[in-house]
Ligand binder design. Sequence first.
Ligand SMILES: Cc1cc2nc3c(=O)[nH]c(=O)nc-3n(C[C@H](O)[C@H](O)[C@H](O)COP(=O)(O)O)c2cc1C
Length: 266
Amino acid sequence: MKRGVLYIVACAAPPARDVGQLVRAAQQDEWEVCVLATPSATRFLDSSALEELTGYPVRSSYKDPSEPDVLPPPDAVIVAPATVNTINKWALGICDTLVLGILVEGIGKKLPMVALPFTNYAHAAHPAFEDSITKLRSWGVLILYGPDVYPLHAPGTGSEHLDKYPWELTLSALRPETTDPSDLLFGWRQRQHVISAKLSASSDSIAKLRSREAVILYGPDVYPLHAPGTGGEHLDTFPWELAWSAVDQIREPRPGKDRASPLASS
Ligand SMILES: Cc1cc2nc3c(=O)[nH]c(=O)nc-3n(C[C@H](O)[C@H](O)[C@H](O)COP(=O)(O)O)c2cc1C
């Protein structure tokens, strides 16, 4: 028995050309799969091969108002690769493409949705991106993003890192603890509520402190998070000097009392 209809949404980034491998793995997981693409992503895809694989057309634009739906409604959605552009527009609730309409609607429908961003560090460093991820997570979307998931790459080198893009994480996130499809939805909501409560508590605290002008040096570009129990192995890269230079930048100069950084070599 099929587990339900899975929409696989591809955005315009290099892994999109390999989305067929996620389709095949999802079919092995007993999903009925439909592929959708952002308009820019269609340039990366072999639409006819994907149509042959799934039995459904690859959709990227809205149907005409008088036309019937050609795809069955989704039970779950994977966005992979997810671009900075789509993540930001999704978080803002923009629905100017078919894919965004489905993603925005999916939040309201409380669909299980998983996104696996693929982006370089320069795109990812835009402050809107981190905000969008925090918002989407707090609304129940599972965003597989962080140094422990897939490291950011240098601009212009995306195609060199395709073999490590962890497609399989998206499907394993959707695997139910039981084989009953209704338990998938139930379990998902329970898990996501716990995740979003934890995340919004910690990100709220950071945002509040930052709004009171505290400098919180935190984020993937500052110091990567490590696996539980491995903290002691990463002490040599802890960026003490960032804290010192932040203090130097924000404190009032005190004539005659300035001291040299204790981290300076001389
Ligand atoms: C060859 C090429 C590679 C790209 N790679 C990425 C990428 O890895 N990550 C990303 O966020 N955007 C990437 N972009 C930029 C996106 O395609 C661009 O932001 C586009 O507006 C995304 O549209 P979409 O989110 O609607 O798919 C790439 C663009 C091109 C032409």
